[in-house]
Design a protein around this ligand. Structure first.
Ligand code: ADP
Ligand code: MG
Length: 293
C-alpha cells in the first residue's frame, strides 16, 4: 500500500472509533490470525456489583465489608470498586488505609484501624498461613462455580469472611467475537480469574480456548507461547495487568475505557470500549492494504 493509502486508513479508523498509533500498525493488523481477549473489562463490562457477604462463624458481616472496603479503596480494580461502592452505600464513611499494597492478580493488603488486613484470592491469604474454614471454602467454591468472583477477607491472623462479586458480559461481545471468527481469527480468553468463571464467560461468547488463573507475568508468557507456535497475535485488554502482554503481542489493542497503562502499551485504542472496534480495525486494515484472506 502507498503511504497515502495508509494515512487515509488511519483517518478512516478515527471515524470508526479506532485510534491507530501509526500508519505501519495497519500492516500488523492485517496479518493477525489469533486474538487473545482479556476477560474482565474487555469481554465483560468490568463493572462488578457486590452480591453477598458471607461472614466466618462469629464474625460481623458489616465489619468484614467495612475493613475490606477500606483496603480496596486504594485499588482501581473493578472488584475493589464494587466493594467500595457497596460499603459506602450501606455503611457510609469508610476508614482510611495505610501501608497499602497491591498484589497484582491476587489481591490487596493494608493496615486499617490498626488491623493488618488481607483481601483477595485464597492463595494470597495462604502466604500468611491463613486458610478458609470448610464452610467458607464451600461458599467460596459455590460462588466461583456460578461464574462469580469471591474475595477472601482476613485480618490479624484470622479469615473473617468472603465477599462475592459478579460482572456482566458486554451485550456486544458474543456477536463481535463471532464476526472476528468470520474474519478467520481464533479467539483465546485469557484471565487471572478462576477457571469456572472463565469457562462460563467463554461458553457464553463462543470461545473454546481458555487460559484462566494466569498471573500478569503469565499473560506475557501465553502471548509468547502462541507466537512461538507461529501465530500472529492480537491481544485486547484494558488493565494495568495487561500492559506487558499488550506490548509483547504483534498487535496490542486497548479498550478506550481502560487504564492509561494499557492504552500506552497498545497500537490501537478502541474508543467505544467494545469488541466491534477490533472487527472494524481488521476489516479496515485488510481493505486499506488490499488483501482479502
Ligand atoms: P483479570 O485478568 O480478569 O482482569 P486480574 O489479573 O486483575 O483479573 O485478577 C485476578 C484475580 O485476582 C481476580 O479475579 C481476583 O480474584 C484477584 N484480585 C485481583 N485484584 C484484586 C483486588 N483488588 N481485590 C480482591 N481480589 C483481587
Ligand atoms: Mg481486565
Amino acid at each position: 500500500a502507498t503511504p497515502m493509502a495508509l494515512l487515509v486508513g488511519t483517518g478512516r479508523g478515527a471515524q470508526l472509533g479506532v485510534l491507530i498509533k501509526g500508519p505501519e500498525v495497519l500492516e500488523s493488523t492485517r496479518r493477525v490470525d489469533t486474538i487473545v481477549l482479556d476477560k474482565t473489562g474487555t469481554v465483560t463490562s468490568g463493572r462488578m456489583t457486590l452480591l453477598e457477604v458471607v461472614p466466618a462463624e462469629g464474625q460481623d458481616p458489616q465489619e468484614v465489608l467495612r475493613l475490606a472496603a477500606a483496603v480496596e479503596e486504594a485499588s482501581e480494580h473493578p472488584i475493589a470498586q464494587a466493594i467500595v461502592r457497596a460499603a459506602t452505600e450501606r455503611l457510609g464513611e469508610i476508614p482510611t488505609v495505610s501501608d497499602f499494597q497491591n498484589v497484582q492478580g491476587r489481591g490487596v493488603t493494608g493496615v486499617v484501624d490498626a488491623h493488618a488486613v488481607v483481601a483477595g484470592r485464597p492463595a494470597l491469604l495462604a502466604d500468611w498461613a491463613l486458610h478458609l474454614s470448610p464452610a467458607l471454602r464451600s461458599a467460596f467454591d459455590r460462588a466461583e462455580s456460578e461464574a462469580r468472583t469471591a474475595v477472601a477477607v482476613a485480618w490479624d491472623g484470622e479469615v473473617r469472611g468472603i465477599l462475592v462479586v459478579a460482572d456482566q458480559i458486554k451485550p456486544s461481545s458474543a456477536a463481535a467475537i463471532s464476526a472476528l471468527r468470520g474474519l478467520g481469527l481464533t479467539p483465546v480468553l485469557l484471565t487471572g480469574d478462576n477457571e469456572q468463571a472463565a469457562r462460563q464467560v467463554a461458553a457464553a461468547v463462543g470461545i473454546d480456548q481458555v487460559r484462566a488463573g494466569v498471573l500478569p507475568e503469565g499473560k506475557v508468557a501465553e502471548v509468547t507461547a502462541l507466537q512461538q507456535q507461529g501465530r500472529v497475535v492480537a491481544m485486547v485488554g484494558d488493565g494495568v495487568n495487561d500492559a506487558a502482554a499488550l506490548a509483547q503481542s504483534d498487535l496490542g489493542v486497548a479498550m478506550g475505557t481502560g487504564t492509561d497503562a494499557a492504552i500506552e502499551a497498545s497500537d490501537l485504542t478502541l474508543v467505544r470500549g467494545d469488541l466491534w472496534g477490533a472487527v472494524d480495525a481488521i476489516r479496515l486494515a485488510r481493505c486499506t492494504l488490499g488483501t482479502i484472506r
